[in-house]
Design a protein around this ligand. Structure first.
Ligand code: SF4
Length: 700
């Protein structure tokens, strides 16, 4: 008002795994103007519709601003004391595995680190899992098998340099729009795009080639590609000889099936000429990046899909080179940070597994002799254990499993009968909050202060633009207060997020504990350095310059330094369609909403894209059951029923339907699609098969 310039605060978008830099200017209380941060390497000033409407989501309507026990507002000491007492009593009576934390890729790395330290180190259970289980777990397992550690080899610059980009189950135009724009810009110089997706998504619509494969046939397709590359002599035998194990066993596995293009095309439901065009493009293009995301990961064969993609790149030596890599794109803003700090039930902090030496080292670092010696329950198993009573107290942080888990109706049943449910969230009225015995108010984006890691391993700061409203606190601080009330205060006594970050980075360098995720260059950052931390890609050595690209020397993180090609066989969907449920239900995001809409639902502009839940169906399938455009339509599976508006489109493959994942009780409870999803999971990763559930539809 006085004409003085308000300084912009540089922070990071809270939505997808692109991790765009945002420049925010607070005009007045709870009013914010945002623009893309031109200095952030992930987006160079661009923002998508979600990022550019962040200013409309920072109001206080709907916020949880006070701790609550039942419907009674209480102070922090009473709330934290009750949580500590009930968890301690449950552990004393039933053991540490009778409690669990279910956390979120929305948490900052500091939050994740503290939650993991409390559960794995001081409670002594592995029962902490993250909603990244629903998103990334299959890629994590594939990376570990092939590379020896959960390492994403490439960087966004590779997307600029590639001559061919393969989108494998990845509708980047909607899910990672800023990256997609970046690649679109490269098409002017001749970059080619191939989209592998049952739906003709916006990404597929403008691609040079769209392969609308049958559901869950990705392994068949990628194995067929590898067989074709071998057949035409388009693999890199010297790279394999020097750097790769397992090629012979993969060849032997390929020989178990007819890998002729005609057979592969028939099994995948593809046009033979299109398939051969793809094989030729891949063979001819050394600078190929294969992006894979939820369409690959969310499958009972998710790990095999990832490995089949990695096999094609390892066999051709297309890894660790500019413009050439397999590239798992994360869904959430800090899915990667959770993987780093041990937010998954089957990993320890610093990318360690539960090998006895690693458990002992982490326990020494924490001074926590009770550190869990074994993994905990993964998300689907965790809620099943809540349902059958093995888990008697659960704390859900910054996520909404009553909507987002598969078979979400059963998850709601589990939470309803759980003896003690704690939910910490910034919003007061989510589907999950309805089951909370204790509600803990957490900071929202714009108030939080800490770090996140995006898909290219780039650590960026989220910085606070507003003071904490009401009694809301940072997640790491809430967890530390409960830990203190449980008697672990000495190990949870940080004053600020920079202190947590310093401890976390020391852990990555402790006794050379983390060979892959070394942040030694960030150890001992001063508060000022932490405040000013510029985006940097891990590993971070003494020069603090970071590491854009991994495996450039052909050495991997396995004991012998060689990558592993792993034989994988195509199995198709976990549950086949049948006459009662003849359609394959596929679920996913839409362009302008995020997860369960607790934030994006606040931005009026974002509703224009899709104002109500819908089901996409091919016109011929719709005609067969009397469904017409725009009618209310019942979608049913063996797990439940949802109601949505029919959208008839030939972008949908015949025999398949698509529903978005976002709708909740606040906006349209009958549109909650995850109520329909069977909890079939990948046996290794535990990731559910969100992309295929047998279903039928009828006009309502
Ligand atoms: Fe960038 Fe993703 Fe945020 Fe869009 S949602 S601005 S692409 S980080």
């Amino acid at each position: 008002a006085d004409g003085s310039l308000v300084p912009a605060v540089k922070t990071t978008c809270p939505y997808c795994g692109v991790g765009c830099g945002v420049s925010g200017v607070v005009a007045q209380a709870r009013s914010l103007a945002v623009s893309g941060d031109v200095a952030h390497p992930a987006n160079e000033g661009r923002l998508c519709s979600k990022g550019s409407t962040l200013g409309a989501t920072v109001g206080l309507e709907g916020r949880l601003l006070s701790p609550m026990i039942g419907e009674r507002e209480v102070g922090w000491s009473e709330a934290a004391g009750l949580v500590a007492r009930r968890f301690s009593q449950t552990i004393a009576r039933y053991g540490p595995d009778s409690v669990a934390f279910y956390v979120s890729g929305q948490l900052l790395t500091e939050d994740y680190y503290v939650a993991n330290k409390l559960m794995k180190g001081f409670i002594g259970s592995g029962n902490i899992d993250t909603n990244s289980r629903l998103c990334m777990a299959s890629a994590v397992a594939a990376h570990k098998q092939a590379f020896g550690a959960d390492l994403a080899p490439g960087c966004y610059e590779d997307l600029d340099l590639a001559d061919l980009v393969v989108f494998s189950g990845h509708n980047a135009a909607w899910t990672h729009p800023v990256l997609f724009r970046r690649m679109e810009a490269q098409r002017a110089r001749g970059q080619k795009h191939v989209a592998i997706d049952p739906r003709r998504t916006d990404t597929a619509e403008v691609a040079d080639l769209h392969l609308a494969l049958a559901p869950q046939m990705d392994v068949r397709l990628w194995n067929g590609l590898l067989a074709d590359l071998i057949g035409r002599g388009a693999i890199d035998r010297s790279f394999i000889a020097e750097h790769v194990n397992g090629f012979a066993s993969v060849e032997a596995e390929l020989a178990q099936a007819d890998q002729s293009p005609a057979a592969v095309a028939a099994d995948c439901g593809l046009d033979l000429a299109d398939l051969q065009t793809f094989f030729q493009m891949f063979a001819d293009t050394p600078k190929t990046v294969s992006l894979f995301s939820m369409g690959a990961n969310q499958s009972a064969q998710g790990v095999a899909k990832g490995l089949a993609i990695l096999n094609a790149h390892l066999a051709t030596g297309r890894i660790g080179k500019p413009g050439a890599c397999p590239f798992s794109i994360t869904g959430q803003p800090n899915a990667m940070g959770g993987r780093e700090t041990g937010g998954m039930a089957n990993t320890l902090a610093g990318h360690m597994d539960f090998a006895p030496d690693d458990v002992a080292r982490v326990a020494r670092f924490w001074g926590a002799p009770k550190t869990s010696p074994k993994p905990g329950l993964k998300a689907v198993d965790m809620f099943e254990a809540v349902h059958d009573g093995r888990i008697k107290a659960i704390w859900v942080m910054a996520t909404n499993p009553a909507v987002s888990m598969p078979d979400a109706g059963r998850v709601r049943e589990a939470l309803a009968k759980c003896p003690f449910v704690v939910v910490s969230d910034c919003m007061a009225d989510t589907d999950t909050m309805a089951f909370a015995h204790v509600k803990l108010p957490a900071l929202a984006w714009g108030e939080k202060d800490g770090t996140v890691t995006n898909s290219e391993r780039r650590i960026s700061r989220q910085r606070a633009l507003f003071p904490a409203p009401g009694q809301a606190k940072a997640d790491w601080r809430i967890i530390a207060e409960v830990a203190d009330a449980m008697g672990f205060g000495d190990a949870f006594s940080w004053a600020r997020p920079a202190s947590v970050f310093r401890e976390w980075t020391r852990l990555t360098a402790f006794e050379n504990l983390s060979r892959t995720l070394n942040l030694s260059g960030l150890v001992g950052l001063s508060q000022a350095d932490y405040d000013e931390l510029a985006p940097v890609q891990w590993p971070v050595g003494a020069d603090r310059l970071g590491t854009p690209r991994l495996f450039t020397d052909g050495r991997f993180q396995t004991p012998d330094g060689r990558a592993n090609m792993m034989p994988v066989a195509s199995k198709g969907p976990a549950t086949a369609c049948d006459p009662a449920f003849p359609l394959s239900l596929n679920t996913g995001r839409i362009r302008d909403q995020w997860h369960t809409m607790t934030r994006t639902g606040l931005a009026a502009d974002l509703w224009r894209h899709a104002p109500e839940p819908f089901v996409e169906i091919h016109p011929e399938d719709a005609a067969a059951v009397g469904v017409t455009e725009g009618v209310l339509t019942r979608v049913q599976t063996v797990r439940g029923e949802a109601v949505a508006i029919a959208r008839l489109t030939d972008r949908q493959r015949r025999g398949g339907i698509f529903m978005p994942i976002h709708w909740t009780k606040a906006y349209a409870p009958s549109g909650r699609s995850n109520t329909l999803i069977a909890p079939s999971v990948d046996a290794t990763s535990g990731q559910p098969e969100f992309k295929h559930t047998p279903a039928w539809v009828r006009a309502y």
